[in-house]
Design a protein around this ligand. Sequence first.
Ligand code: HEM
Length: 237
Amino acid sequence: MRDLINYIVFGWYPYFCLTIFLLGSLVRFDREQYTWRSGSSQLLRRRQLMWGSNLFHVGVLIIFLGHFGGLLTPIWIFEALGISHSFKQGMAIGIGGVSGVFAFIGLTLLVHRRLFDARIRTTSSFGDIAILLILYVQLILGLSTIPVSLQHMDGHVMVKFMTWAQGILTLQPGVSALIADVPLIFKLHLFLGMTIFLLFPFTRLVHIWSAPVWYLGRQGYQVVRTRRARPHAVPAE
Ligand code: HEM
């Protein structure tokens, strides 16, 4: 029975979440791109928003890149580069831990602002508050894995996660068996992580797709006049 539950949660559920994530994002991108916005309140408690948002975004972006590269880079590449599993485990804990704390401070400010300012709370939807709290719980779960990871610095548990993530993306649901015996805190973190993918298209997280990546591949330059040289500026009336 335990094996079956493990297979469903870590072998099948990822595909369910990824399908909804991709299809849902596609539909929203196609039909409702102009419906994603900050949704409320940018003028209220500006300083708290600025600090909270900046700290959270810097932290979470580094975590995202770290997770992406760390989990999905084929293991042989690390071996070819001479990066040992224990060194990589140390990097995940060090870099992930510091950015996790940044993101945690930022998110604490954002959660506090949204929940304890009556005006902001009134203009927030259920979805706004729910996704913020889900991210908060996910961050706390992620940070709570660190003391556990410190007990196996040889990196063998981390290699299990890498093999699992890469196996799932190469359509091998059977890799779920590899993580059947990892500590519960990791399982909770993985489960909620997949659930965030599932909820993604239905929340304000879709704004991530608006990151100006198109800009990088743009042909040519945009000509912008400098402020200094304005010989023909029209005088103010
Ligand atoms: C599907 C999504 C996710 C997966 C599969 C995932 C997986 C993992 C794994 C396997 C670890 C342990 C790494 C190790 O010590 O070997 C970890 C750690 C961590 N995760 Fe996640 N995670 C996900 C999403 C998130 C999100 C959304 C956040 C932040 C909001 C987050 C924050 C953290 C933090 C702070 C750590 C501890 C530092 C580190 O090891 O990088 N994770 N995650």
